[in-house]
Design a protein. Sequence first.
Length: 142
Amino acid sequence: MADTDGGFEFFGVTADKGIRAWGADRKSVFRQAALGLWSLMVDPMTVECRSMVPVVVEAGDQEALLVAWLNELLYLYEAKDFIGGDCAAQSLTDTRLVAELRGERVEKRRHVTLGHVKAVTYHRLRIGPTTTGWEAQVVVDV
């Protein structure tokens, strides 16, 4: 699923990593944030979209929803050995996200591990509209 007007980048935070994600709308931002998180953990070039996992996440507001979303992806990686290669939001409100993840089970011999993410934090968290679309910023504990 190409996202021609979105992307992500990393920014430095003392002892942590920051992810800045942008896109045309909030769905794009949530997707780009997921791609950024996965890129901190595993080389994305080694991940194949072999299976689909449905995800439903709820939180009190859109900022908390972004943190809950990324922490759910981290949980699936740590507890279920699932690494995503792409995702798509089916529906998104300020407090609820229904999405499909596409990826596969982690295979240590094939997936190149790039780093360990402990948790997604509320430090420097923000999400909102810009003049060109939407942007989010989140810090992860590494």
